[in-house]
Design a protein around this ligand. Structure first.
Ligand code: FAD
Length: 456
């Protein structure tokens, strides 16, 4: 078998790459190798701003891609760049002119016990759903988006949420935003909203952050057997050890020992502690150059160090000089952008045409829902890379909205927008055009002033 373009992996990056290739080079032969007949595709993208779209990701039959490419259900075991071919588990040798690796990342697994569930795909969510029919107490470990949504969705069970930071959801949120959401977590949101807005200089270090996708939890019911839900959060600690209970112990299934000295008895543990790139594909010849996070290093054209081999999505790590307001976070939107951009780069390489880097890499954008709130993160939303030298504008209406704007030298660098704030487009423009806001910073979040008038 031989293809002009070969893509490995049927996730968002792989499917976006195939779609891009089919569009840009319709008469070329394209192959997609995927271990299962189910692939993940963006089925709807509603533009929110120029750079941000509200995307719907669905699992779909790989057969549906057959109009664009030839789908090969198999697992790649090795790449032989000396003869431009990949070798598969079933013994095939498939040749390519350009290859793109979109093998994604796997959730980090540290503890092995029948009572520890690692959330990674619909199957693991179904396992959890099943276990919830009998469990009374559950320990959730992790402080990223998955753990945050899980704690929000779980009900009818006692939950202990173990977070390594001093506040919840630290991968995405600063302590203030976490406190805003925490009111919902602890079910004590007040009924009368009261707005507070202030401007302050921040002196803390900005914290930089880290497969199911958006809305993975919305189609599943995660109800336990109890009537009430109790949530306890254990801050600033990690799990030291997990020990299965003795068979004779009827009080629980497992004990979780924390670094703060506490030992928690529970029925199941759910672990959501980040991912590791699936970069360990055997290469016959010099191996892939890996970044410190084990991602395959790629240049600004998503090329790896192995000739004719590109990589996109969770499996890769950029080593180009990134734009001031962009950074990598292993998310669906980035997998999609990288997949489509990899297609452009591959076609550019084949046709010997210049390729301009995609505008999507100019600024970080992400949209999700936490605790039922719309959350939009733009640019250096957590003051990543700014050190101590930045200013924060904040407007909070309890239970309604949380707006945080990050300014440096009077220019907007990032924004956290929780709730229906309606200012995402303005913020995106201000981050991209770096307009000096010094004279209007005080009015920027004043609820009595329609700030968009300034820019008309
Ligand atoms: P994947 O989607 O992981 O696809 C990789 C594909 O490659 C898979 O089909 C895999 O089977 C295949 N593959 C691997 N090795 C081989 C091989 N050797 N041969 C052939 N095929 C191979 N992001 C968000 O933006 N919002 C969210 O709400 C969100 N929730 C998440 C929840 C969970 C539980 C997890 C784990 C991640 C979540 N993410 C979320 C992150 C998001 O899912 C990933 O960033 C995105 O799926 C990466 O896409 P990808 O195509 O690079 O990789």
């Amino acid at each position: 078998m031989q293809f002009k373009y070969l893509v490995i992996g049927g996730g968002i990056a792989g499917v976006s790459c195939v779609e891009g290739l089919a569009f840009l080079h319709p008469d070329a032969s394209i192959g997609l190798i995927t271990p299962s007949g189910i692939v993940k595709a963006v089925t709807k993208a509603v533009p929110v701003t120029k750079l941000l779209s509200d995307i719907t990701v669905e699992e779909t039959d790989a057969d549906k891609l057959e109009g664009m490419c030839r789908v090969i259900v198999d697992n790649v075991t090795a790449i032989d760049p000396r003869v431009n071919s990949v070798l598969t588990e079933s013994g095939r040798e498939i040749k390519y002119s350009k290859l793109c690796l979109c093998t994604g990342a796997s959730p980090r697994k540290i503890w092995y016990s029948p009572h520890v569930i690692t959330i990674r795909d619909t199957d693991s969510v179904e396992t959890l759903q099943d276990k919830l029919k009998t469990v009374k107490k559950i320990v959730v470990i992790g402080n990223g988006g998955i753990a945050t949504e899980l704690v929000h969705e779980l009900s009818g069970v006692d939950i202990v949420w173990v977070v390594k930071d001093k506040h919840i959801s630290a991968t995405f949120l600063d302590p203030g935003a976490a406190e805003f959401l925490q009111e919902t977590v602890l079910k004590k949101t007040e009924s009368t909203p009261e707005t507070m807005f202030k401007r302050m200089r921040y002196n803390t270090e900005g914290s930089a952050g880290p497969s199911l996708g958006p809305d993975w939890h919305s189609n599943v019911s995660l109800h336990g057997v109890a009537r009430d839900t109790h949530i306890v959060i254990e801050y600033a600690c990690e799990v030291e050890r997990i020990v299965d209970a003795e068979e004779t112990d009827t009080s629980c299934n497992v004990y979780v020992k924390l670094t703060n000295g506490k030992t928690l008895a529970c029925d199941i543990v759910v672990s959501a502690i980040g991912v590791v790139p699936n970069s360990n594909i055997l290469v016959r010849g010099p191996p892939f150059e890996l970044a410190t996070d084990s991602g395959i290093s790629v240049n600004e054209f998503l090329q790896t160090n192995v000739s004719h081999v590109f990589a996109a999505g969770d499996v890769c790590t950029p080593r180009w000089e990134i734009a001031a307001h962009w950074f990598q976070m292993r998310l669906w939107t980035q997998a999609r952008h990288m997949g489509s951009y990899a297609a452009k780069c591959m076609v550019g390489a084949v046709k010997n045409e210049p390729v301009l880097q995609d505008f999507a890499f100019e600024m970080f954008t992400h949209m999700t829902r936490f605790f039922g709130f719309k959350v939009i993160l733009l640019g250096l939303f957590n003051a990543q890379t700014l050190g101590n030298d930045y200013e924060v504008l904040l407007r909070v209406t309890r239970g309604v909205e949380y707006i945080k704007l990050i300014l440096k030298d009077g220019k907007m660098q990032g924004a956290v927008l929780i709730g229906d704030t309606d200012i995402e487009e303005m913020c995106e423009n201000l981050i991209l055009n770096q307009l000096d806001l010094t004279d209007i910073a005080d009015d920027l979040l004043n609820p009595n002033i329609d700030i968009e008038d300034y820019f008309d």
